[in-house]
Design a protein. Sequence first.
Length: 118
Amino acid sequence: MSRWKVVQRYVLVLAAMSAAPAGAAVPIKILGFDDMSCRAWSASKDDADLRALYVAWVRGVLTGHNYANQSQQVSTLSTGTVEQHVQRYCVEKPLGQFSDAAFRLSDQFSGRNSPITK
C-alpha cells in the first residue's frame, strides 16, 4: 500500500473518531503510528518521506478537529507552520508524544487557546 493511501486512511479514521459524542468521558484513543514519540519525530528529520507522513497525520488531526468543532475551526496552516510547531513542542518536551503537539496546535489555532474540557 502506498504511503499516500496510508495517510488517507489515517485522515478518514481521525475524522470518524472526532465525530464521536462530545460528552463522552473516555480517554482519547489515538490512531496513529506505532511510535508517536517526540524521539521518533526528531529521528524523521533526515527521512523526508516519513516526516511528510507525520506532518500529514497532524494535518489530519486538525481536519478532524474542524469537522467535529465547526464553530471553532483551526485556521489554514502551512505545512511549514505545522512542522515548526511540532518541532518546537518536541524540543521543549523530548519525552512527549508528537500527537500531543497536534492537539496543542488545535488548541492554539482554533482560537480556544486551551485544551477542550467537558
